[in-house]
Design a protein around this ligand. Structure first.
Ligand code: GAL
Length: 427
């Protein structure tokens, strides 16, 4: 075992002592500062993170908030790189997907195996999640939730007023409903015109129009034949079709501003992950009465997921390590898992947490998560950073977003650029 991993191990064991140690000790005797980098700044997200701050304070630790504005977290990742490069990592950062492996490979993350063993993470976390948060078999990050990405959010009042009697379950039904809504004088689709949101919309269309196998071959496999196939042309054409249902002020719009359009009746639909539900909840709206959550058209049998995780960076200061250890411990606990996921819109990643207090959207999310895991139609979200390495991700997102923004760009050009990305990938 290298000196580094020995040191990491021993820090982890010291944590193990700390969170199991009797807490009769005074809060100040235990207190340390924990700096957490995240990007959760929309009202629903802010409420979710506030719950964590409160739980940390209970044990006398101090939360140092390092929020970087920008839904989706691209800005936050850029800031994180600068901080680590300068030798001043935060105690923890919200990251996801392959970025966890990339950070772990640079040996800046802390080994969490001791805590994982004490807290039985192998038993409470779904296998697909364990794979994401382990590097070479060792835990290096703590997952906090499971978000479903392929959702369609609907304002039920606008649907009724437009004479549409149900939420669309296929792409063709979506087009028919959107045409009716437009004819009734309402905006069919709220869209936040930022590259990651363009990509998210494209992902749901790819899954709904192309299907799960197509999605896997195209994005998980970066298979050139699939990327250049007739199916991809159909997906691109369907994607472009949606633009005619959006408004011309969408460019640059944050995702939660688009959600608010659906909440307030400014638009009938939004394609967005279930963090959108956090905004409906903040506005006091009820699922099933005011709004509907349904799988994005054509994707009822599929589930594209995001797992938000907190990676723990190696720290020198002992007080800071204690606070960091406590944070890692709290994140998978019953209390935090319930409170946080209720306001975040996601479902608990600790599978032993009861869903009794959760709404029907969350309950159907859990059912579909389990069913799609069995049916092998549970897929990581390509748009929300769960699949591709940094460079490939940025390149594919740029193709999709350029195609969305520029009406003159031909499908052939988009396909050629996609094939080039596939050709350049490391073998
Ligand atoms: C995603 C993240 C979610 C959500 C969203 C909007 O990347 O996984 O937790 O907050 O961005 O900011």
């Amino acid at each position: 075992m290298s000196r580094l991993s020995r040191a990491v191990r021993s820090a982890a064991w010291r944590w193990a002592f700390l969170w199991t140690a009797p807490f009769g000790m005074t809060a100040t005797a235990l207190g340390g500062e924990v700096e957490v980098l995240h990007f959760w700044t929309s009202p629903g997200e802010a409420r979710s993170i506030a719950q964590l701050k409160d739980l940390i304070a209970v044990r006398g630790h101090t939360w140092k908030d390092f929020a970087v504005v920008g839904g989706g977290g691209q800005n936050a990742q850029a800031v994180l790189k600068q901080r680590v490069a300068a030798g001043r990592p935060p105690a923890s950062a919200a990251i996801k997907g392959p970025a966890i492996q990339e950070w772990a490979a640079t040996r800046v993350l802390t080994n969490l195996d001791a805590m994982a063993t004490f807290e039985h993470w192998d038993e409470v976390l779904p296998p697909v999640v364990q794979e994401i948060v382990k590097f070479q078999g060792h835990y290096v990050a703590v997952p906090v939730n499971i978000h479903r990405v392929n959702w369609l959010w609907t304002n039920l009042d606008l649907l009724r007023k437009s004479g549409v009697d149900k939420t669309p379950s296929s792409f063709d039904e979506f087009v028919a409903a959107a045409d009716k809504i437009k004819a009734a004088g309402y905006l069919p689709l709220a869209h936040g015109g930022q590259p990651w949101q363009d990509f998210l919309l494209f992902e749901s269309v790819a899954l709904g129009v192309g299907g799960v196998d197509f999605y896997k071959r195209a994005f998980l496999g970066l298979d050139t034949a699939t990327l250049t196939s007739a199916e991809m042309r159909k997906v691109l054409a369907s994607f472009r079709r949606l633009k005619s249902y959006t408004d011309d002020k969408s460019r640059g719009r944050e995702w939660n501003a688009a959600t608010n359009m659906v909440i307030r009746g400014g638009a009938a639909f939004q394609f967005m992950g279930d963090w959108a539900k956090g905004e409906f909840a903040e506005a006091g709206r009820q699922a099933g009465t005011d709004f509907a959550c349904s799988p994005a058209p054509g994707t009822a049998g599929a589930y594209s997921f995001v797992v938000d995780t907190f990676a723990m960076f190696q720290l020198r200061n002992w007080e800071a390590q204690k606070a960091q250890g406590y944070l890692a411990y709290v994140l998978l606990g019953q209390k935090f898992q319930e409170q946080f996921n209720l306001s975040k819109g996601s479902i608990p990643v600790n599978m032993t947490v009861s869903l009794d207090k959760f709404d029907d959207c969350a309950k159907s999310s859990r059912r579909d998560f389990d069913a799609t895991a069995k049916a092998r139609s549970l897929v990581p979200s390509v748009a929300v950073d769960m699949v591709l390495s940094n460079a490939n991700h940025d390149a594919l997102r740029a193709v999709v977003s350029d195609f969305w923004v520029n009406d003159a760009m031909l499908a052939t050009d988009a396909i050629e650029r996609m094939a080039r990305i596939a050709g350049n990938r490391p073998k």
